[in-house]
Design a protein around this ligand. Structure first.
Ligand code: NDP
Ligand code: 2IT
Length: 445
């Protein structure tokens, strides 16, 4: 395989899918060498079978808003690969959702899930419906209409959705309820469920906690600790808030959080009480981060992301894709940033990644650093199959072990001649080899 030729061909076939092409390019260029070391891969055209999703469901979702008006949104589920386990991946509800974004997320999920050591394939779904500003009943009606269409394609051993942007415990609960009714079964078909009906302890915390555990492993390779480090976080949703919680527990300073309207800057670091306020503000009152600035007198940068102005030792982007561009990366490096650990999926542009790697700082891509969320989803599936639930301590312990193992795999496959760990290469090669062997073993499907 020549990566450049394959990518040119893919761009010709999917010209309107920039995020998908971006994600594929990153993986394909970093696995080219190992791919070519296995001539059997090329003989069976493995690369196309790995990069093009197994199937895509696209549908209209019609629902009635509180004023009685009929609304129509698009719904999608991308089943990318079930080579190593049932399709598995989150559902995103956000006005920006389109096929390209979900294809990139399903592709990334396949490699991420392979790294977790658990048996999960890759998938992603969602809608251009935005829960922001909607009443609970509107959200419920939308979720029911979405599942009235999707339920046939999912199941505990077929495809297991979970949350992502705009989809948290409330949305998963409504979708699970509708699935249960349509399918006439009570099963583990969703993860991230309420703990009363099969949800795992620590699943809400898992992505943020897991990212901090991964960061600790990275820092340890340079003999560094978290104590007193200034950490800039973007976002103020599920991943961002639990990242902040674990950082505070471990003695780091959280100097920023954000939402799609702006950034708060807290040079001395957030207190636990202030974080509890933000958690309530975002999850219960569904307010804006600006309100935290008003409440506590923080600096507020309207319409800005954290990276250009906030000084930090460590950056943990936890909002959305392509939120750190080349200029942001250069500003972070100039401000003394020594590590970037991605809570979001693909938050750094290719130019930003190049800057981080050129500067030889610790840089972990989302598919490694944020894999804790889907890992605990995998543990939720295991508990549901056993009809048992494990203690928070047990799940947290397993999460730490999994993040350590993912770090180990990145080190094994990503260490370069000068000793630098290229976590992008390590994660891609390790994730790829497992899926590739499984695809080869199962024949042409
Ligand atoms: P939430 O919906 O809980 O929070 C998302 C946060 O990011 C909000 O603060 C939101 O601001 C902000 N945000 C979303 N889109 C944009 C945008 N286009 N521009 C600026 N800010 C934006 O989602 P999660 O915390 O679950 O997800 C955050 C990231 O983490 C995503 O990339 C997701 O794919 C990834 N991820 C999530 C996992 C999970 O388990 N939930 C697992 C692994 C990765 P606002 O409130 O203004 O919309
Ligand atoms: O991007 C992700 O890994 C998630 N949104 C979590 C997926 C899951 O199935 O828990």
């Amino acid at each position: 395989m020549k990566a450049t030729e394959f990518l040119a061909d893919l761009s010709r076939r999917f010209p309107n899918e920039p995020e998908y092409l971006q994600a594929v390019e990153e993986v394909v260029t970093s696995i080219e060498e190992v791919y070519n070391a296995h001539p059997e891969f090329e003989r069976y055209n493995l690369i196309e079978r790995l990069c093009i999703p197994d199937r895509i469901f696209t549908f209209r979702v019609s629902w009635v808003d509180d004023s009685g008006k009929v609304q129509n949104n698009m719904g999608y589920r991308i089943q990318h690969s079930n080579a190593i386990g049932p399709y598995k991946g989150g559902i995103r509800f956000h006005s920006s959702v389109n096929q390209s974004i979900l294809k990139f997320l399903a592709f990334e999920q396949t490699f991420k899930n392979s790294l977790t050591t658990l048996a999960m394939g890759g998938a992603k779904g969602g809608s251009d419906f935005s829960p922001r500003g909607k009443s609970d009943m509107e959200v419920m009606r939308f979720c029911q209409a979405f599942i009235a269409e999707l339920w046939r394609q999912i199941g505990p051993d077929t495809d297991v959705p979970a949350g992502d942007i705009g989809v948290g415990g409330r949305e998963v609960g409504y979708m699970f309820g509708m699935y249960k009714k349509m399918a006439r079964e009570f099963s583990g078909t969703f993860t991230g469920k309420g703990r009363e009906f099969g949800g795992s302890l620590i699943r809400p915390e898992a992505t943020g906690y897991g990212n901090v555990y991964f960061l600790l492993n990275m820092l340890a390779t340079r003999g560094l600790s978290l104590e007193g480090k200034r950490v800039a976080i973007s976002g103020s949703g599920n991943v961002a808030t639990y990242t902040a919680e674990k950082l505070l527990q471990l003695g780091a300073k959280v100097v920023s959080m954000s939402d799609s309207n702006g950034t708060i800057y807290i040079p001395d670091g957030l207190t636990e009480e202030q974080l509890a306020y933000i958690f309530k503000l975002k999850n219960i009152y569904r307010g804006r981060i600006r309100e935290a600035a008003e409440e506590f007198g923080f600096d507020y940068y309207d319409g800005e992301r954290p990276w250009l102005r906030v000084k930090c030792d460590i950056a943990m982007p936890s909002a959305t894709q392509n939120e750190i561009d080349g200029d942001d990366a250069r500003a972070l490096l100039a401000g003394g940033c020594i590590a970037v650990s991605e809570g979001a999926n693909m938050p750094s542009t290719p130019e930003a990644i190049k800057e981080f790697q050129k500067a030889r700082i610790l840089y972990a891509p989302g598919k490694a650093a944020n894999a804790g969320g889907v890992s605990v989803s995998g543990l939720e599936m295991a508990q549901n199959s056993q009809k048992l639930s494990w203690s928070a301590e047990e799940v947290d312990e397993r999460l730490r072990d999994i993040m350590k193992e993912i770090h180990h795999q990145c080190e094994l496959f990503g260490r370069e001649d000068d000793g630098y760990i290229n976590y992008v290469k390590g994660a891609n090669v390790a994730g790829f080899m497992k899926v590739a062997r499984a695809i080869m073993a199962q024949g042409i499907l």
